[in-house]
Design a protein around this ligand. Structure first.
Ligand code: ZN
Ligand code: ZN
Length: 237
């Protein structure tokens, strides 16, 4: 499993039962998979008032939690499956235990939610995600010289280097935007969401907020911004 999210782990237990296959995932994901009632952000944010869908998501998460891994895997492990050598690449960011799988013989890279074929993935602030690690992960993937990227969402991508660069550039542009807003006196994540995504569907606001907070956490670590009390931020002078 590339990570614990139910849209990637759901059905793994059924597959294991039907085929005798083993389920493996990074050690940092197992607790999150088991803790299906926990508050770890998922790929899809369902507002509580959409009760039927929220309940369905809880059922999916409970079912996914049955796929407790047979073994933990770590960066650099090579899994031999049916004559194929699958290299584990630990790519924290979207979640801290996210992995990609590189099939070196085919130069094919399975990226889970670390790099999507369409759009950008949600990155939460620590402790659930990490924007700085996410950017480092994307940089590292560029070094694999993959000829084909097979993402968890979206279509396969052939120009892998260009796609990875596009994803990196997008985050850097967003980061600059956050810095500009701060400099212009927009000091809270909520106000930034309004400025960056003016047309945003109300249901998407929590996800957008986490995204901005993830950027601010990275910028704080880079010592470019600092907290200015009560949910406010400022550029470090
Ligand atoms: Zn996903
Ligand atoms: Zn995910």
């Amino acid at each position: 499993l590339t990570h614990h999210h139910f849209d990637h782990s759901g059905g793994a237990q059924q597959l294991r039962k039907a085929t005798g296959a083993q389920v493996v995932m990074h050690a940092q994901e197992e607790r999150l998979l088991r803790d299906w009632q926990g508050d770890a952000p998922q790929d899809i944010d369902i507002p509580a008032e959409q009760k039927a869908i929220a309940e369905q998501v809880q059922r999916f998460r409970r079912q996914a939690a049955e796929a407790a891994p047979d073994a933990a895997i770590a960066d650099g492990d090579v899994l031999n499956v049916g004559g194929l050598a699958l290299e584990v690449v630990h790519t924290p960011g979207h979640t801290l235990g996210s992995i990609c799988i590189y099939l070196r013989d085919e130069r094919a890279l399975f990226t889970g939610d670390t790099a999507l074929g369409l759009g950008t993935v949600a990155i939460s602030p620590p402790p659930h995600g990490d924007m700085r690690l996410y950017l480092e992960s994307l940089e590292r993937l560029k070094g694999y010289d993959a000829a084909l990227m097979l993402p968890g969402h979206g279509r396969p991508v052939q120009d892998v280097a260009r796609k990875l660069q596009e994803l990196i550039d997008h985050r850097h542009e967003r980061e600059e935007q956050v810095l500009r807003l701060l400099a212009d006196g927009t000091t809270t994540p909520r106000a930034m969401v309004g400025a960056i995504y003016p047309e945003l569907d109300r249901r998407m606001v929590p996800m957008a907020l986490r995204q901005i907070e993830a950027h601010l956490a990275k910028l704080a670590e880079d010592r470019r911004v600092e907290a200015a009390g009560e949910g406010e931020w400022r550029v470090r002078g």
